[in-house]
Design a binder for this molecule. Structure first.
Ligand SMILES: [Zn+2]
Length: 111
């Protein structure tokens, strides 16, 4: 059995540290975490995770990541965005975005 404060990835003892946490580019705050000195893996306690979830919900950042289906319009395909993303990114019909693949399985949309 591994030590309680050992990294799950490499088994190296982790140090207690306050780390900045941001979500979708918005700074949520500094939180106590265990950080592996070898691989940099960061772990938050269950209590800290709960607190972080509460804050992200309050900031309206919860559930922005979502699954969406690809639709078809003529010979082109549509990817639908949900209301939460539309509101968060302040997207408007007729607005322009830049779209490009970062890899074969990741698409970037820049507003
Ligand atoms: Zn590690």
């Amino acid at each position: 059995m591994k030590e309680k404060d050992a990294c799950w990835e490499c088994g190296v003892k982790m140090i207690n540290k306050k780390v900045d946490y941001s979500l979708y580019g918005i700074r949520i705050g500094k939180f106590p975490a265990f950080v592996c000195q070898k691989c940099g893996e960061t772990y938050f306690s269950e209590e800290t995770s709960k607190k972080m979830t509460e804050i992200t919900k309050k900031e309206g950042l919860w559930g922005l990541g979502a699954k969406t289906k690809i639709g078809q319009a003529g010979s082109t395909l549509d990817i639908r965005l949900n209301k939460r993303i539309i509101d968060f990114m302040q997207l408007k019909r007729g607005g322009e975005v830049n779209i490009y693949p970062e890899s074969k399985n990741k698409l970037i949309i820049e507003v």
